[in-house]
Design a protein around this ligand. Structure first.
Ligand SMILES: [Zn+2]
Length: 236
């Protein structure tokens, strides 16, 4: 079972990439990915995509600057295919621990689900800033997307934050140092490290190969490729 914990659909002209539902299915089939979570600021597009494909799950894109975000979040998390939220403090422009984020975390605490938070760019998505939110909600699982991204200081800090806080998970997409995946498994446990591709911004097969070539034992690899995410998102 391979589960991709970080997938996008939609058009992204700033990056020169786009991916629709059938394109996502093709990428998953090519890479041998069985399931995953997909998201986009347009939550209706995501709802349509997951019902079209039938084989993937969704995260609700929670922008605390949008008026009815809490009610919408609660409504969509009631649906079986929505298994958590995506927060992008950098793109949407807010501090992760802004009080406006707290009602969203309360929905997760009450209805169940994890928060995937983009992690690795100043000023809003550095691991230490996200930790301020993490300690406020110790019962809500928080995934550091990209586990610090491309900067060794931030990557190390992401692993430190996960080591200090039992509710923090690390997701591998876009993070270039395969050796840090092994270190993360050893320091925080294989059940808290998740494979993610960040498709279409990164290639799904390349991102999966990075995890497979990282030097994990077969047992640990099985968890990072899918079992960790299955347990976290699907509760099995
Ligand atoms: Zn992403």
């Amino acid at each position: 079972m391979v589960f991709d914990a970080h997938m996008h659909v939609g058009d992204f002209p700033m990056f020169g990439v786009s991916l629709d539902g059938p394109g996502l299915q093709t990428a998953m089939d090519e890479a041998g990915v069985d399931d995953g979570v997909v998201f986009h600021p347009d939550n209706d597009l995501v709802a349509r995509t997951v019902s079209e494909l039938g084989s993937v799950h969704a995260l609700f894109w929670a922008n605390p600057r949008i008026d009815n975000v809490v009610a919408e979040c609660s409504r969509l998390l009631d649906r079986e295919e929505f298994v958590g939220v995506k927060l992008h403090p950098l793109l949407d422009g807010y501090h992760p621990n802004d009080p406006a984020v707290h009602p969203i975390m309360e929905v997760l605490r009450d209805q169940g689900g994890a928060a995937l938070i983009h992690c690795g760019h100043p000023i809003f998505t550095l691991p230490w800033s996200i930790e301020e939110l993490v300690v406020e909600f110790p019962d809500v699982p928080v995934i550091l997307g990209h586990m610090g991204h491309g900067n060794i200081i931030y990557i190390n800090a992401a692993i430190d934050v996960a080591e200090r806080n039992a509710n923090v998970y690390l997701e591998t997409s876009g993070m270039p140092m395969h050796t840090k995946i092994v270190e993360a498994v050893h320091r925080v446990g294989r059940e808290r490290v998740l494979f993610g591709s960040d498709a279409p911004f990164h290639d799904m097969m390349v991102e999966l190969l990075k995890v497979r070539r990282s030097g994990l034992s077969d047992d640990d690899l099985e968890w990072v490729e899918g079992r960790s995410a299955e347990q976290l998102f699907l509760g099995r």
